[in-house]
Unconditional design. Structure first.
Length: 114
């Protein structure tokens, strides 16, 4: 498996892991775009948002949001505000083909979304 995020899940590539449970794992982005920039991923390899199954994965995506909210609290950015972002596909700006949510905060973020 040459997926970099699967390798982080497997412990084959080091990362600063801040949270994990049976379903998800969260770690600091290697190239942070803001003072807090975390990545939340499912442990199971899912390529992108378009590969989510409505029936099987609704809990998973909700759980990822809940984990992100808890991490925002821990990072001390819940009050000031933060952004959750999921890029999907080439034009959506997705570079790593393993579904992931960005948690960004710690400064006033740009109003630009696209
Ligand atoms: P995307 O553009 O696919 O939405 O975002 C991928 C993110 O993964 C980027 O912000 C990038 O810095 C981060 N990233 C890529 N490779 C690694 C890695 O090996 N370790 C960590 N911690 N982050 C990575
Ligand atoms: Zn993967």
């Amino acid at each position: 498996m040459d997926c970099i995020f699967c390798q982080i899940v497997a412990g084959e590539v080091p990362a600063e892991i801040l949270y994990q449970d049976e379903e998800v794992i969260a770690f600091r982005d290697i190239n942070p775009q803001a003072p807090t920039h975390l990545i939340i991923i499912p442990k199971r390899h899912i390529s992108s948002l378009t590969h989510l199954s409505e029936k099987a994965d609704s809990f998973l995506i909700g759980h990822m949001v809940n984990v992100a909210n808890q991490l925002a609290q821990k990072e001390g950015i819940a009050e000031s505000g933060y952004r959750l972002a999921i890029n999907c596909g080439e034009w959506g700006g997705q570079l790593v083909p393993h579904l992931h949510m960005h948690l960004l905060g710690g400064r006033r973020l740009s109003g630009k979304l696209g």
